[in-house]
Structure formats: structure tokens, C-alpha cells
Design a protein around this ligand. Sequence first.
Ligand SMILES: NC(=O)c1ccc[n+]([C@@H]2O[C@H](COP(=O)([O-])OP(=O)(O)OC[C@H]3O[C@@H](n4cnc5c(N)ncnc54)[C@H](OP(=O)(O)O)[C@@H]3O)[C@@H](O)[C@H]2O)c1
Length: 401
Amino acid sequence: MSKILPRKLNEQALTLPAIGQGTMGIGGYYEKDSSRDLEWIAGLRRGIDLGLTLIDTAEVYGAGHSEELVGAAIKGNREKVLLSTKFSAEHSQTSQVITAAEQSLRRLGTDYIDFYQPHWPNPSVPFEETAEALEILVQSGKVRFVGLSNFSYKEAQQARAILDPIPVPMVQQEYNLIDRTIEDRILPECRNTKAFVLAYSPLLQGKLVPKDERRVILELLAKKYERTVSQIILAWLLRDDSVVMIPKGTTSSHLEELAMVKEISLELADIQQISQHYEPRIFQVPLSKIRIQGGGYRTLQEAQANCLGVNPSPEQLAQSILDGKMLKPIKIKKIAATDGYVLTEGKIRFWAWALAYDIHSSIPAFVEQCSEVRDIETLSDRREGATFKSLQQSLRDSVVA
Ligand SMILES: NC(=O)c1ccc[n+]([C@@H]2O[C@H](COP(=O)([O-])OP(=O)(O)OC[C@H]3O[C@@H](n4cnc5c(N)ncnc54)[C@H](OP(=O)(O)O)[C@@H]3O)[C@@H](O)[C@H]2O)c1
């Protein structure tokens, strides 16, 4: 296997680095945080100097402050970088998309965005409205390329048809050792159409690997290649040249490690070994066994009333699930010495599933710490270790039925 090469975008004369920089949390998560501005700007600049020249941000990160920091970091160097940013689902109507884009351009201190995407689909706004705005933005030169973030395969197909003849050379999706959903249909589709997947959370938001017995294989490979476990994971994720990755690194040592990944050439046998060991394990887990912590909805009635004004609402997502559109599993973690789990990701999906099927139904879930999940076999309606493909097929069948 050769070293990881830059990616060529479709017929366009555009070359992308295989590894870019993510910015979620830089400038705050969902509220503005200015406490480390100078450090964050320096980190982004260091990343650019190291060749991590594709930067992904979003209007929602730090309530716009992330874009401001990216703007400050690229000042005087705009032509060196490719910028990817996203507008929020609640800004999906035509005039809202245009306004959101103009505000992003202002914060980024530039007159064009390289890749512009809806952050999440919004089932309550016909995509034709969003597409109209994207077309205007492309025609005016404010946006070079349109992308789609967190769209299911089916939603992306519909969106592409509506956007046609505007091409969609990029989809943004989660991709890591737990969530390999894109390998089923999205990645092959990108390969066929010479588009690429902008892969987010490749290091599981800093957790790197699921905490289970499989980690040892990565440690052995890290020794063999004289690299770190994170570098081995990233090199494995980049084995398909339709993948471009946007890990977030804020320390110099992390950024340097990330930049070195492209020098790694994993042998085919090692790639296959990781692929087999990390075969996706999706379980059907009764909603009643999953505990929800932190804020958000506590009961089905609250979720149904959507008093927090979440957009899209649990009910809208429930309809998407019933339409076969939204099949991404939630993430849960085993609670030691019990048969229960705690939800680590996917609160709205949890309630949407409960509204779509029933609070007593079972939901597809990625289980962190799989080695501790022995009693899962006693769960009703289990599909222990099902691959996403077979699970998706059976869900599709049940939806059709
Ligand atoms: N479209 C979407 O819905 C969506 C969702 C999530 C994320 N994203 C995008 O994808 C980007 C990346 O995802 P993410 O931020 O969720 O998580 P990530 O990239 O999987 O993980 C980031 C974490 O990994 C740590 N890290 C970086 N390099 C490392 C290394 N070499 N060794 C060990 N740890 C390392 C970072 O620590 P330090 O900060 O200390 O360096 C940080 O805590 C985001 O920043 C965002 O731009 C998009």
C-alpha cells in the first residue's frame, strides 16, 4: 500500500490534502469561548504550515466564533487553504441560507467558501428551497462547491437530484472505529462518482478507540510501524482514497502527529486485520435499558411536545425513520455490573425512535466497551454483532412491511 496521497476532486483541477483540520470546540462548542483565542489561532496556523490546509468549521461552532478564529488564522493566506463550513438546519429556507452564508463569509473574512453544506437535513423544509439558495450562491461565486453533511444515503440521492446540474462532490459523515456506517453505501457511491467523504470525528472525539480487548492489535501495529495508535487508526481510515479526514488537533504535538499520517504505508494484511477486528458491532437494545443523562428531554411526552424547540423535532425525525431515511445507530455505553446502558450520543434519535416505534421497542446502537456486553445475548430481538448492512436491510424490510 503506497503512502497516503492527496485527493483529486472529480474533473475539477482541485487537489485536496487527505488530512485537514476540524474546529468543533475551537472558539467554543455551542457558545462563544474567547479564553484561548491566541492559542487556537496559532494552532490553526501551525496546522496550515504542516499541510493540513483544508479547514472545516460551522456557523454553530462557538456561535460563530470558530469561523472568526479561522478567518483570523488564514488572514493573508486565503489562497493556501480550502474552507468548508456549514449552515444550521434551522436556516434551511432560501433567504435564511443566503443570510447564513453572508454571515459566514464575513466572519471568515473571505469572499468565497470552498465547500458549503447544510449541517443536518431539515425534514420540515422542502430541500428545493435550500437548493435554490445553494444555486444562487454557486452562481454568484460565493460558494465553489456544495456538500451535504449528515444526510443519509437516500436523503443525499434525493438532494443530488434536486440540485442537478449543480454537482455535489462532497458529503460529510462520521467515520471512525465504531461508526463505519458509510462503508455500506455512501463510500462506494463516492468512489463511483469520484466524490469524497469528509470524515468527521475520526478519533472518536479524542477517545481514539473503543475501550475493549481489540485495542491490543492497534498497539502491536503501532510498535511495528513505530507510530502512535492514533496514527495507525487514521492511516487505516484513509485506506480508501475517497476519504478526506478532518481530525481536530489543538496541541502542537497532536498536529504534528496528524500531519505525519500521510507518510504511513500500511501493508494490506494489516489493513485487513484492523478491518476484521473492528467489524461494526450494532446491537438491538431495548430503549427501556438505556439511561439518559444530562439535559434534554426526560419523557416521551416532553419529546413529543418538543418544548425545547429542537430542529428537526423528535417527531419529524420519527417520520424520517418511518420513511426509512434515518438509520444511523445511537451510541451507548455499558453500565458496569448491571444490564443497563447509558446513552453517549443520539438523544434526539433515541426519542425519535421511541415515537416512531414504541418506548418498549429496541433501537440499533453502537455499544462502546463491547467486551463487557456479554448479557446482550439475553436481550429480546437481538441481532448480536450484526453488520450495518444486514441490520439496515432488515430495518428496510420491516419498514416496507
Ligand atoms: N458535520 C458534523 O455534524 C460534525 C460532527 C462532529 C465533528 N465535525 C467536524 O469534524 C471535526 C473532527 O471531529 P471531532 O472534533 O468531533 O473529533 P476528533 O477529531 O475525532 O477528535 C478530536 C480530539 O482528538 C484529540 N487528538 C487530536 N490528535 C490527536 C492525536 N494525534 N493523538 C491523540 N489525540 C488526538 C484532540 O485533542 P487536542 O484538542 O488536545 O489536540 C481532540 O480532543 C470537528 O472538529 C468538526 O470540524 C463535524
